[in-house]
Design a protein around this ligand. Structure first.
Ligand SMILES: *[C@@H]1O[C@H](CO)[C@@H](O)[C@H](O)[C@H]1NC(C)=O
Ligand SMILES: *[C@@H]1O[C@H](CO)[C@@H](O)[C@H](O)[C@H]1NC(C)=O
Ligand SMILES: *[C@@H]1O[C@H](CO)[C@@H](O)[C@H](O)[C@H]1NC(C)=O
Length: 971
């Protein structure tokens, strides 16, 4: 039974609009749009949109003389009228090994383009296009920075498994390239004239390329001698505000339409403040955007909600999902890129299918795009992981709570804040220093007036189980007495002026600065080495790094960033590699931290900017948000979109960076932030103090409970990171990802999953009297994790939630590990016993995992971990080693080290039988013993509509089974 789902959806849309409107009214000081280009102000983007308009007209009048058009039919009867000035040059199509190549050219510009498609083993298709013989080289190295192993060892399918067939029907020549893997049949059908591609999985069309005819590739050309630079609109120069961008290579952009056939929802391509299910950007209905999603890393002060504007980071990975399948697109290019999204929804039409049209255009480089066939979400992430490395295991402490502020003034302030956490029994792991700890924003220096004893400060923090993070930005103050600038200058490690001579100098925090060119391997290594204990004065291995302002932010540059014509390593323009800047800084820092110790320890660093590949190096956050309910709410789709794109380890500033949260907002933000993969409080220097205790009772208790919940569940979070590192699966997931066949969930973004077993219904509105609707999806019951009240599936329930409470539900059928002892930091939890919560499904079954390693070294790679598979059935809980467990000596040593770390409690929730069970039988190492059982019934019921009573909970007291061993507990 489903209650009022359509009503539910409409209500939440209204709430969203209302929240956005009130936000704009309150903040008043929103982003200055005039500082950032619209699509119309970006010449290449303008050209591609104009081309799209022209092509749309030609489709409307298919008999136009200048284009060739055709209608190709798919197996299922879909037709896609195509019209494009590009066609395959006769008999240039060849199958060679795993790759099909062809020459494609425009009907007027006789400049041949080299086109190739290749199958990977998993069925993923790579499509590449570049000029056969460009006038000057185009940047074609983005994949080296983005793909796994620099893209050198992609698992291509065996040539023996790839076949090509050619047929001509009514003059239309079609090549079908097929690849069969097990029960999956993949094929790409390519028409010659016009040139189109259709990707079919098991005979069903999924993604279509150039079927809207928007493929357009601007070949390099001679600069007109007569100075007629306007023959291509903005192709040789364009002016935005006071800046003129001179393009030495002229127009060189390219674009392509990728249409998702049979889909209505697309997701991903962060970082934007749009809803989770991406809105239309052209000609859409009410509430749709009129700008494409922009992929161009920018420092956008006070960014706007509900907007496709570019902000700090980006990752050009998109998913499309319908009730049968999930497919993905990965666009490998590092220049400015825009994506238009338009839908054609055909509901109920005979043989009609909905289509999401996407139109991608990039300013420079070559075209390199991967099509991931799924069909399940897990398949897509397996396919993504083949081509792109996934999030590695983080340092364990990084999953705890981080306390940051611009600025903790001095050493006393830092130690006093730390002591307050202890005084209030609130756990935290890391305290952070923003720019003011340095001498005039010269990174790698200490202002000794404020921090007379940095070493002593770190040692004192470490004694209490805490770490320190200091900020280090990519702009280096121009100052001949500053060692970093001097060395960088002498070695030519800075980005160069237009024309390539002299360091680029512009304004940032320290005043006049130069920027490290991390694309230069020597510069990257040099900067990384500055984190060495021998180089960074008074640093310890308990100190970690924050890379900010790395879009890069330039106070007096166009759009607050760098001029695109600046010269980077290899003579490439900044234009070609802009989006890599932050990621290359992360890489340098990561490698520097890795190298600073004799025994490799996992680095921890936070970056503001990111790109495809950044997930390898550390966490990111969503930049400078605002203390308002709208930003609290928007953080969910933002972080879900990051997770969808593979940038798993992300968070938003708890409390909001700008402005002062009232106690209710701050409390709700901690309650939600405890479910962000990266959990950090941060604030602007103009704001009032807002550490967890500032507002006193009852707020401090609520916030303490939220942070403690995070710490209790650290074993679950750590296990999720293990899964992400192996499979690429998101840590936090949109609801549809766990319930892929429930269309009501495809746009849901106020409720989300943490892994596959916990559902968080966020409370992002003030006024606790307004009820919150929660739809319980799937087929199994859900259990309130605080009260153990059970809710049946497929029912929408209204909750009125006072500020002390949150809505967090465990999915029936899961086992969730926790550590229940209250500690001041994760460091003190390492030897703590575990509690296992078993939430049974209707059949009385549950399963879960637990992964443990030392939390800091790479020994887990040689087997030093414990990974248990836990199953519960009937009345028996069983622990077995996961198949990945290998009995290496590293494994044995680790298990030895963990001995004595036991399960102190098992709670079985929702099992109807056994109200009178009095004891349980434990079988371990061939011996049998009995332990006590108690029954607990929770009394608190928060639902207004008490659809169900609190469930029986059987607690097995101190079974004392070894966490790393095989055992069974039954009753
Ligand atoms: C089929 O796909 C799987 C998963 O990607 C891969 O491991 C396997 O090698 C493929 N089989 C062949 C014959 O290529
Ligand atoms: C930029 O242009 C504005 C007018 O459009 C002018 O007032 C301002 O002085 C210019 N700034 C610079 C740095 O040239
Ligand atoms: C069972 O054996 C493991 C090693 O295999 C040991 O660490 C543990 O202490 C033993 N447990 C008991 C109860 O003897």
């Amino acid at each position: 039974m489903k209650l009022n789902n359509s009503l539910r959806t409409r209500t939440s849309t209204l709430f969203y609009l209302a929240a956005t409107a009130s936000l704009l009214a309150k903040v008043g000081q929103a982003v200055n749009h005039a500082n950032f280009k619209t699509c119309e102000q970006s010449a290449f983007a303008r050209r591609h949109r104009l081309f799209a308009d022209t092509m749309a007209k030609k489709v409307a009048e298919p008999n136009s003389k200048n284009t060739k058009s055709s209608s190709s039919s798919s197996a299922d009867g879909s037709t896609h009228p195509a019209s494009s000035p590009y066609s395959v040059i006769d008999s240039s199509v060849h199958l060679d090994g795993h790759t099909v190549t062809a020459s494609v050219q425009h009907e007027q510009a006789q400049v041949p383009l080299h086109f190739e498609i290749a199958f990977l083993k998993s069925g993923t298709v790579r499509v590449r296009v570049q000029e056969v013989d460009p006038l000057v080289p185009r940047y074609s190295e983005a994949h080296k920075h983005i793909l796994r192993d620099e893209g050198s060892s992609l698992p291509y399918a065996s040539p023996d498994d790839i076949k090509m067939a050619t047929e001509a029907v009514n003059g239309l020549v079609t090549h079908t390239v097929s690849y069969v893997n097990g029960s999956s049949a993949f094929s790409v059908r390519m028409t010659e004239n016009p040139w189109t591609l259709e990707y079919l999985v098991n005979g069903k069309p999924t993604m279509q390329l150039n079927t809207s005819g928007l493929f357009h590739f601007e070949h390099l050309r001679q600069k007109p001698a007569d100075g007629d630079l306007d023959n291509v609109d903005g192709g040789w120069e364009e002016t935005f505000k006071n800046w003129t961008d001179h393009k030495r290579r002229g127009p060189e952009s390219f674009g392509l339409d990728i249409n998702f056939y049979g889909f209505e929802h697309v997701y991903g391509i962060p970082e934007h403040t749009s809803p989770l299910s991406l809105k239309d950007t052209r000609g859409g209905g009410e509430g749709a955007y009129d700008q494409p999603y922009r992929i161009y890393n920018l420092d956008v002060f006070n960014y706007q909600l509900d907007s496709p504007m570019a902000i700090y980071g980006s990752l050009p990975f998109m998913l499309a999902h319908n009730a049968e399948a999930t497919v993905g697109v990965f666009w490998v290019n590092s220049s400015e890129t825009w994506v238009d999204v338009t839908r054609k929804l055909n509901r109920g039409g005979f043989k009609q299918q909905s289509v999401v049209n996407t139109h991608w255009f990039s300013e420079s480089g070559t075209m390199d795009v991967f099509l991931l066939p799924g069909p399940s979400t897990a398949d897509v992430y397996r396919q993504y992981s083949e081509i792109s490395e996934q999030t590695p295991m983080p340092r364990e402490f990084a999953l705890g709570y981080h306390q940051c502020r611009w600025n903790y003034e001095d050493q006393e302030d830092v130690l006093a804040v730390s002591a307050k956490f202890h005084e209030h029994s609130i756990p935290y792991d890391v305290i952070w220093l923003d720019v003011e700890y340095t001498v005039g924003k010269r990174y790698f220096t200490w202002d000794y007036d404020k921090f007379p004893n940095p070493l002593g400060m770190q040692q004192e923090l470490a004694r209490n189980g805490h770490k320190l993070v200091t900020i280090s930005d990519p702009h280096i103050m121009v100052d001949n007495d500053y060692r970093i600038w001097k060395e960088g200058n002498e070695n030519g490690y800075f980005i160069k002026n237009i024309g390539g001579l002299g360091n680029y100098e512009a304004s940032c925090w320290p005043g006049v600065s130069s920027w490290v060119d991390f694309l230069d391997p020597a510069a990257s290594k040099w900067m990384g080495a500055q984190y060495g204990l021998d180089k960074f004065p008074e640093s310890t291995t308990d100190m970690f790094v924050w890379n900010d302002m790395n879009e890069p932010a330039v106070f007096d540059g166009p759009e607050h960033t760098m001029d695109k014509a600046l010269i980077q390593h290899g003579g490439w323009e900044h234009r070609d590699v802009h989006n890599l800047y932050g990621m290359t800084q992360q890489r340098s820092t990561f490698e520097g931290l890795l190298a600073r110790e004799p025994v490799a320890m996992r680095p921890f660093l936070l970056s503001r900017s990111f790109y495809a590949g950044s997930q390898r190096y550390g966490a990111i956050w969503t930049g400078d948000n605002t203390a308002s309910w709208g930003y609290l709410r928007a953080s969910i789709p933002m972080l879900l979109s990051n997770n969808i794109a593979g940038m798993h380890f992300s968070g938003a500033d708890v409390g909001g960076f700008f402005g002062n949260p009232d106690p209710e907002l701050l409390t709700r933000w901690f309650q939600l932030g405890a479910w962000y993969p990266f959990f950090r409080g941060h604030a602007h220097f103009n704001t009032e103090r807002r550490e967890p205790w500032i507002f006193g009772e009852p707020y401090v208790s609520y916030i303490r409970n939220a942070i403690r919940e995070r710490y209790r569940l650290l074993p679950h979070w750590y296990t999720l990171f293990r899964e992400a590192s192996l499979t690429g699966m998101p840590l936090i997931r949109p609801m549809w990802m766990e319930f892929p066949a429930e269309p009501d969930l495809f746009a849901e973004q106020d409720t989300f999953m943490v892994g596959s077993s916990i559902m968080v219904a966020a409370i992002t509105k003030p006024d606790t009297s307004i009820p919150v609707d929660v739809l319980f999806p799937g087929e199994e019951p859900w259990y309130d994790m605080h009260t153990h009240v059970a809710y049946p599936a497929q029912l929408t329930t209204q909750f009125v939630v006072d500020l002390a409470n949150t809505l967090v539900f465990a999915r029936g059928g899961s086992i969730i590990p926790t550590r229940e002892q209250q500690r001041q930091s994760s460091a003190y939890m390492k030897s703590d016993p575990f509690t296992l919560y078993v939430y049974v499904d209707q059949a009385g079954f549950a399963a879960g995992k637990l992964y443990i390693d030392d939390g800091e070294t790479y020994d887990y790679q040689s087997g030093a971990f414990i990974e248990r598979e836990l199953t519960f059935l009937g009345s028996k809980l069983i622990s077995r080693a996961s198949p990945l467990t290998k009995n290496t000596s590293a494994h044995q040593t680790f298990v030895q080290k963990m001995s004595g770390i036991n399960v102190e409690r098992v709670a079985v929730v929702g099992l109807a039988i056994a109200h009178n069970v009095a004891e349980a039988v434990v079988v371990e190492n061939g011996t049998t013993r009995t332990v006590n059982v108690s029954h607990s019934h929770s009394s608190k019921i928060v639902a207004t509509d008490t659809v169900s009573n609190n469930s029986p909970c059987i607690v097995i007291c101190n079974p004392a089974v070894f966490i790393g061993g095989d055992w069974e507990i039954s009753f």
